[in-house]
Ligand binder design. Sequence first.
Ligand SMILES: Nc1ncnc2c1ncn2[C@@H]1O[C@H](COP(=O)(O)OP(=O)(O)O)[C@@H](O)[C@H]1O
Ligand SMILES: [Mg+2]
Length: 256
Amino acid sequence: MSKIIALFNQAGGVGKTTLTLNLGYHLAQRKHRVLLVDLDPQASLTTFMGIEPSELKTSLYDALVNSQTLPIHQSIHGLDIVPTNINLSVAELELVGAMNREARLKNIISPLAEKYSIILIDCPPSLGILTVLGLTASTHILVPIETEFKSYFGTGLLLDTVGKVRHHVNPHLAFAGFVPMKFDKRRSQHNRTLEQMKQELKPLATVFPPVPDSTVFPDSTEERVPLALYKPKHPAIKILKEIAEGVEKALFSQSA
Ligand SMILES: Nc1ncnc2c1ncn2[C@@H]1O[C@H](COP(=O)(O)OP(=O)(O)O)[C@@H](O)[C@H]1O
Ligand SMILES: [Mg+2]
């Protein structure tokens, strides 16, 4: 059975998509068969993987709304991806009133359980129906959080949302962990927020080592590659590898 992880935070710009790409890459390097699913109509993950969203003939939208076969683009940096484009933004409206809509994504990706050991879902920055679809389809949730006070502040709302999803549709949804993002060790607020995150979130799940704030991340995504292929000696790669190893442990340990 595959483990399905939603990378979720309702805030935009925290690094969900960057983490999805890089974590997926390192998990694939650890010999997992990894599928990425782009659930954000902004299609950043699709773009970061070198696919032009406006040129797609079929996308996640067609599978979700029109029950077409799920399009899977194969073997990009060792990863497969279900791409998306802006069409997905109308899916929320079109699925209003649809029967059993929360389970739509779950139903279309569950036949892939044999083929992939890990499926990563890059969620949109909202609490709308698409996010509910993502959290309903998942076995685990991984939460990137910026080490800014303002960003961390939204975590209470995030935990409430996960609580509601567990209560209504997915009682077994487990945390794979929390990933502090864009950490600048020279900034005292970042250090304070990181300490607070460790104290408050550790009872819920692992708080992974922080991913440093560095322009090498936007630079590598501009080149449409994971960091490890852009600057193979960059120090942040060690952190990303540690996170991949920790996530693997969280997913496949007996208690998970
Ligand atoms: N660790 C980091 N340091 C600096 N910039 C980052 C880092 N991670 C992501 N970014 C940049 O921040 C912006 C938002 O990242 P993205 O992954 O698209 O966030 P989200 O998916 O949460 O909206 C992008 O320009 C990305 O390159
Ligand atoms: Mg994103």
